[in-house]
Write a protein that binds this ligand. Structure first.
Ligand SMILES: CC(C)(COP(=O)(O)OP(=O)(O)OC[C@H]1O[C@@H](n2cnc3c(N)ncnc32)[C@H](O)[C@@H]1OP(=O)(O)O)[C@@H](O)C(=O)NCCC(=O)NCCSC(=O)C[C@](C)(O)C(=O)O
Ligand SMILES: [Mg+2]
Length: 346
């Protein structure tokens, strides 16, 4: 464990100082682009306008013989576009793969000053973060990179979940974490072939004899992991995200999973297909009615103390803080998204 002073020291001479607070960004969806496909790259300028984060994926879903093309496509995509307030991320290959070293050695010098976040897959423990942290500092120093590139871990192994707290606080370079339900299911030996979402057999059966017909209610397979991830992230001052939802044909189920994650504290989710962008936007922007109720609470208790009644409901210092969470998010959303700015101003 580092001393508090050492924690914030750059890890290489000439590397930028780590952030003490994360930059404020709106990150309702992390949109995945496969950068080895020319047709997809052509869509990037339009995507920049419609998503909060655009990510060039280099890891799983990229065929082994296209890994180099994907890396080159990502660098080209980063060089040829201006991203403005839209985040530019990449998901590199995992640390034990034959591609990861070249991913880093080529990407950081070429576009390190444009890159906001590196997503690191299959993180098992803080040692994975420490390795990448050190290497990034060396590359930043050598490449004259002016601000630190952040690390986002995917929570997708049983060991990673076990070590989630120490991963979250492993470095000031940590940006946040996403649930990786497909690899995690495999790693845990869960008996599902789905990418995220529930399962009809994971349910609770009502008692016999109380109703004419017994009913079952499907439960959320990911509740425990998401809750654990949110607590680890929020206590470390970093952000939690739901990951991918693989059934593109079931928008309702996608929206329901995203909404559960939003309610539990996640700030965003992944979009793998253009149809999921709108779902994430809808879910991870607070409901205008909730925003107007939150405004009532803050207006009724300007200094955040005391107890008042609003519409029959008790409000006090704690509900003031709940209201602030919603209002701060609404402000971030409104500053980027005119559609919601209008909805929140009424
Ligand atoms: C699945 C695929 C091949 C279906 O792509 P398609 O072209 O067959 O689908 P489509 O429905 O026919 O597409 C309609 C239109 O949308 C376009 N389109 C489609 N997708 C995108 C996209 N992402 N971004 C931008 N445009 C996209 C597509 O090019 C087409 O455009 P067109 O009408 O002009 O021809 C495609 O959607 C895709 O490659 N998506 C990303 C997949 C991916 O990145 N998977 C890995 C992340 S999940 C994961 O790794 C797990 C995790 C976390 O690690 C763990 O849980 O363990
Ligand atoms: Mg995975």
């Amino acid at each position: 464990m580092k001393t508090p002073r050492a924690y914030y020291q750059p890890l290489a001479i000439g590397a930028p100082a780590p952030y003490r607070e994360l930059p404020t960004r709106l990150e309702r969806m992390i949109h995945f682009v496969p950068p080895h496909i020319e047709k997809m790259l052509a869509k990037v300028p339009d995507l920049i306008e419609s998503v909060d984060v655009i990510l060039g994926n280099l890891e799983d879903a990229i065929p082994a013989d296209q890994k180099v093309a994907a890396r080159q496509g990502f660098i080209q995509m980063a060089q040829e576009n201006e991203f403005g307030s839209t985040g530019l991320w990449t998901r590199i290959n995992c640390l034990n793969s034959p591609w990861v070293l070249d991913d880093l050695l080529e990407i950081v010098p070429a576009i390190g000053n444009k890159l906001d976040v590196i997503m690191l897959p299959k993180v098992e423990g803080p040692w994975d973060i420490h390795y990448l942290d050190q290497l990034l500092a060396q590359l930043e120093a050598r490449g004259g990179i002016e601000r630190p590139i952040l690390i986002h871990a995917i929570l997708e192994t049983a060991e990673g979940v076990k070590n989630v707290d120490t991963i979250a606080s492993a470095s000031p370079r940590m940006h946040g974490m996403s649930l990786g339900p497909a690899d995690l299911a495999a790693s845990r030996g869960m008996k599902t072939t789905r990418v995220g979402g529930g399962h009809p057999d994971y349910s609770v059966l009502s008692d016999a004899g109380h109703e004419a017909a017994r009913t079952t209610v499907q439960q959320d397979l990911w509740h425990y992991t998401v809750a654990k991830m949110v607590d680890a992230c929020m206590s470390a001052g970093i952000r939690a995200f739901y990951g991918p939802f693989g059934d593109f044909a079931d928008d309702e189920a996608c929206e329901s999973q995203f909404r559960n994650a939003f309610l539990m504290g996640c700030v965003g989710a992944w979009s793998l297909h253009p149809r999921q962008i709108g779902i994430a936007k809808r879910v991870f922007s607070p409901d205008p009615n909730e925003v107007s109720f939150a405004r009532k609470i803050v207006n009724a208790m300007p200094d955040g103390t005391g107890a008042v009644m609003i519409d029959g409901k008790m409000q006090d210092d704690a509900t003031w803080k709940q209201a602030k969470v919603i209002l701060d998010l609404a402000e971030r959303v409104a500053s980027k998204d005119p559609e919601f700015a209008e909805k929140y101003s009424v």
